[in-house]
Design a protein around this ligand. Structure first.
Ligand SMILES: Cc1ncc(COP(=O)(O)O)c(C=O)c1O
Length: 441
């Protein structure tokens, strides 16, 4: 009986899903005809539970968000406490305790000198805010001709129209190409490109365009959606030096790389640099609620003071939402009190060892790791639409792990506090499923 009940529940969910839901990043006819979706009904720690009672280790922390695991009891309690008091209020000319306390704590853990917080509700808007702040700053502070951005060729900064212009993943840009802001794309410093030639190209791009560039925008240390492409901290130091020399803003998009994903709290710390603006989301609210922030320096903030028309006329209905703010504040408490960054060091070392070994398999072109990220490229078809990664996904699913690939790139980005047993299981599943698929490619 129990099995039948679960079967019919699952069937109903899948029927409704296929009838109504338009999935992100998904060609829907193939999805409707061929995909047997994972129906997740519960999640706890590093595990997802499906409608049939099967358990999966969440290999990518649900799109890189649940850095503290799913339903961390302290975050759930913080949410309940806040919900009992106030779920939402506007933030314009009104404030509430959770937003005020969160802003204070966030500035205290941010790279020094980022003392102002603008809240929004997802990673794309966090970057969009930074872009608009940069444009408006120059517009009203004597350099109105600075209207362009420099970003990396394979960058990903989200999906709104502004940030799509910064993005370099071809398949995400192509349909919108002629509608986008003009931006300058420089070669990525990450493998397989040469770091030296990327540095030379960046130097030239900034020197040649300083008059018309508002900001350089980077994902520090790792280009996530491009395929976990990791690069050297020296590139970030050069970026900072050049931005100082030519008086161009440096925006670090820490939406993926922040909150300990690469080791330290912020990936920019790996290079010892301070951006002029820093964007955070995803792990910022422990993956529980849509919540984001853009931090900025005194210089940027002060550039908006004075006459009413100098204000930043921008905001989202749910910016600074009390529920999100209360959870984000508790995330910082948990990071500190449970010593999350220190606890992740040995886990990161295990990921590094596992991916180093995986790199030796014949069907694997290369592998890499940084902090709580391990990634490898399967040989053969490459790019976001490549299929071999999906073969690994299916194998891993059978073995009890969720491993959504990026084309031919198979990666893990588990929660930073994933229990050691779960990490062992995840690594075992990755090894087995990659070995099986790598044997065929
Ligand atoms: C570096 C980076 N910036 C921005 C975004 C966009 O975030 P969101 O999907 O919350 O809009 C992402 C999403 O993966 C990201 O990886």
């Amino acid at each position: 009986m129990a099995v039948q009940a679960s079967d019919s529940r699952r069937e109903r969910i899948v029927t409704l899903d296929k009838k109504r839901i338009w999935h992100p990043y998904t060609e829907m006819s193939a999805y409707r005809e061929r995909v047997d979706p994972l129906v997740v009904v519960r999640a706890e720690g590093a595990k997802l539970y499906d409608a049939d009672g099967r358990v999966y280790i969440d290999g990518n922390a649900s799109w890189w968000t649940s850095t503290l695991g799913h339903n961390h009891p302290r975050l759930v309690r913080a949410l309940e406490r806040q919900a009992a008091e106030i779920c939402h209020t506007a933030l314009a000319g009104i404030v509430h305790p959770a937003a005020a306390e969160l802003a204070e704590r966030l500035c205290a853990v941010a790279p020094r000198g980022l003392d102002h917080v603008f809240f929004s509700d997802n990673g794309s808007t966090a970057v969009e805010v930074a872009m608009k702040q940069a444009l408006q700053y120059w517009y009203q502070n004597g350099r109105p001709e600075r209207r362009r951005f420099i970003s990396l060729r394979d960058a990903f900064h989200g999906e709104t129209m502004g940030v799509t212009a910064l993005g370099g993943v071809e398949v995400f840009r192509r349909p919108f190409e002629d509608c986008l802001l003009e931006s300058i794309h420089v070669p990525s410093p990450a493998w397989p490109a040469s770091l030296d030639s990327a540095c030379t190209a960046l130097r030239r791009a900034i020197a040649d365009n300083a008059d018309c560039v508002a900001a350089l925008v980077l994902e520090p240390m790792v280009q996530g959606a491009a395929g976990m492409r990791i690069y050297d901290a020296s590139y970030l130091r050069l970026a900072r030096e050049l931005c100082d020399e030519y008086d161009v803003f440096l925006i670090c998009d820490e939406v993926f790389a922040g909150y300990g994903r690469t080791g330290p709290m912020w990936a920019s710390e790996q290079a010892g640099i301070r951006p002029d603006m820093l964007c955070t989301a995803k792990g910022f609210s422990g993956g529980m609620l849509p919540m984001a922030a853009t931090l900025s320096s005194d210089r940027v903030f002060d550039g908006f003071l004075g006459e009413p028309e100098r204000a930043f006329y921008y905001g989202h209905t749910f910016c600074g939402n009390p529920l999100g703010a209360a959870v984000a504040l508790e995330v910082l408490n948990v990071f500190e009190q449970e010593d999350i960054l220190a606890g992740a060091v040995s886990k990161a070392a295990r990921i590094a060892r596992a991916f180093e070994e995986l790199g030796r398999l014949p069907g694997v072109a290369c592998s890499r790791s940084l902090g709580m990220i391990g990634a490898l490229d399967l040989v053969g078809e490459a790019g976001y639409l490549a299929s071999p990664g999906w073969e690994v996904f299916e194998e891993a699913r059978r073995l009890g792990a969720y491993l959504r690939p990026l084309g031919n790139v198979v990666y893990v980005t588990p929660s930073l506090n994933i229990p050691d047993d779960d990490l062992s299981h995840l690594i075992e599943v990755v090894c087995q499923s990659v070995a099986k698929v790598a044997d065929r490619v």
